[in-house]
Design a protein around this ligand. Structure first.
Ligand SMILES: [Zn+2]
Length: 557
């Protein structure tokens, strides 16, 4: 018979580690830590300094994707080398497993306390990695096992550390050194984590990480489905965010659900996408809409167990699923580097919540070679809280509120430097990227200029000074041929029998795509061009126009 929890025990008796901890234990890192990046080394050096200065509850911040598991494992390695028993707490089995794997790589003996990972249990190890909820259940509720002895307690994703049961576990180690790691050192309400920590070490700015290719930049599209006034009027919950019932009533309208789908098709069709929705009702409506339009989508809810969650995420990684919808479930602890698009269909006023959601898309992926992540913001979130890779005013000061400060800063900066393209909804920083839209070249017209028509197939794209695009431009020709290919694939019979109308429809798609005026004629040669198999950009555009036309027809009826 396998020994159960009651017969098992840790070899160390006392709750807390009794020996005094040397002040310099973190000053030299074991050789396994040589693979650390320079900024990770700096984070650890600053932690060591804080410990030498007498701080015992240190909070280490680092952007999502900056390699916090690596930093954490190096600290554990130093503790193990100094003979200090360590307890690592994590909130999800997936995180526990990630830490376990990294410690294995580092060759550090450890045991794991997590219900689904019973085979990794080793109560005699001086390093224990525990799912905080499993530990709470076994040690506090059921009293099956004593709390493991520890001179050092680490908490991964420690923005979640102030929940009562978790804080109780931390506080049951009053003499231990406490180190927490998170990308977003604040509560969802914007209040500080000063109940659990007394020293904050800030990691490198996300932009530095982008420059160093550690994170990918975002391409942001600002396509709100509700007005600022509608959002402002919503009731707030006790964390000062929009109340879910009010939000749900606002965004579940069929038209808005359709808008989310239509914009995804236009901007991000085929990209591996995580979509954050308000609640199950909203997610269900969106899922049905995606499926009805032939898009491979799945939804995860908090009813799904860990195994289901892993399977769905694996299908997304393989590209078998294109869109995974969820509420806040996948907002942390899920590393899917291949995610290329984040859809915020859930407006929020919480900076940590916003950054945790978009952080799922900022890791580079060697496998897919992605070089950016599309962010489709349906809830004015970027406008209201700032660009996701800005430097935010994190603090441990209990009188300050990072949500409020981020909102104030965004309000002061937004009108000056943030601009949304009237043509393609891209959002960009004019102070850095100039006045023309980085996506489509649109610029706000200072004043109307006379349009010089040189030939019928030459078209100045808007009432501004952008470069003219010819109907014979290779990009236009290619787009048209792919649009024909999309049509022929969608309606093979119609294409065979009434090819001319298929070409005409494809031309209309091309006209809309490039913003040609109606006076631009279809070039004669286009009646003969061979269709090409449509790439994702073109099929996304054609599908987006199709949905749009169907919806406006339905509204007119
Ligand atoms: Zn644009």
């Amino acid at each position: 018979m396998m020994p159960d929890d009651q017969t098992d025990a840790f070899d160390a008796g006392p709750l807390s580690y009794a020996d005094p901890i040397p002040t310099d234990w973190l000053d030299t890192l074991p050789s396994v830590a040589e693979c650390l990046r320079p900024y990770q080394r700096t984070q650890i050096e600053q932690t060591a300094q804080a410990l030498r200065a007498g701080y015992r509850r240190v909070l280490v911040q680092g952007a999502t994707g900056s390699g916090k598991t690596h930093v954490l494992s190096a600290i554990v390695a130093a503790a193990a080398a100094a003979g200090i028993p360590a307890l690592v707490l994590a909130t999800r089995t997936r995180l526990v497993r990630q830490i376990h794997e990294r410690l294995e790589e580092f060759g550090i003996r450890h045991g794991v306390i997590a219900a689904p990972l019973a085979h990794l249990r080793d109560y005699s190890a001086r390093v224990q990695v525990a799912s905080v909820d499993t530990l709470h259940r076994r040690s506090v509720v059921d009293r099956h096992i004593p709390m493991p002895s520890a001179g050092l307690v680490l908490f991964d994703e420690c923005h979640l550390a102030t929940a009562d049961t978790r804080l109780n576990i931390l506080d049951s180690y009053p003499d231990a050194i406490r180190i927490g790691l998170t990308a977003t050192p604040a509560r969802k309400s914007g209040r500080s984590l000063n109940a659990a920590f007394d020293c904050l070490i800030l990691g490198p700015m996300p932009r530095e990480l982008v420059h160093a290719d550690m994170l990918v930049p975002f391409r942001i599209f600002n396509t709100p489905i509700a007005t600022q006034t509608e959002l402002k009027a919503l009731p707030k919950d006790n964390e000062n965010d929009y109340r879910v019932d009010g939000l749900s009533a606002l965004v579940c309208k069929p038209k808005l659900v359709g808008d989310v789908l239509e914009n995804w098709c236009r901007i991000a069709k085929g990209k591996r996408t995580l979509l954050f929705c308000v609640n199950k009702a909203h997610g269900g409506a969106l899922l049905a809409e995606f499926l009805r339009n032939g898009i491979k989508a799945e939804m995860l809810t908090d009813q799904d167990d860990e195994a289901t969650r892993e399977e769905v995420v694996a299908r997304l990684e393989r590209g078998d699923t294109h869109v995974v919808l969820n509420c806040f479930l996948l907002s942390y602890g899920v590393d899917v580097p291949s995610v290329e698009c984040i859809v915020l269909a859930r407006p929020t006023r919480s900076l940590p919540m916003y950054l945790q959601m978009v952080g799922r898309g900022s890791r580079p992926s060697l496998e897919t070679g992605k070089h950016d992540c599309v962010l489709i913001d349906h809830g004015h979130v970027v406008e209201n809280l700032g660009l996701p890779q800005s430097d935010f005013p994190w603090t441990l000061d209990e009188t300050r509120n990072v949500n409020r400060e981020a909102q104030e800063r965004a309000r002061n900066a937004a009108t000056e430097t943030l601009r949304t393209c009237k043509q393609c909804t891209a959002l960009w920083l004019t102070s850095e990227q100039g006045h023309a839209c980085p996506e489509c070249g649109w610029t706000p017209a200072p004043k109307a200029k006379p349009v010089t028509v040189q030939r019928a197939d030459l078209q100045e794209m808007a009432d501004d000074d952008r470069k003219p695009v010819w109907a014979s431009d290779p990009r236009v020709v290619r787009f048209f041929r792919e649009a024909c290919g999309w049509y022929a694939k969608h309606w093979p019979e119609r294409w065979r029998e009434k090819q001319k109308s298929g070409r005409w429809a494809s031309w209309m798609n091309t006209v809309e795509k490039f913003g040609f005026s109606e006076s631009v004629r279809i070039p004669t040669s286009f009646w003969e061009l061979e269709p090409l198999p449509g790439g994702l950009e073109v099929s996304g555009w054609c599908q987006h126009r199709l949905i749009k036309r169907a919806r406006s027809k339905a509204r007119a009826a």
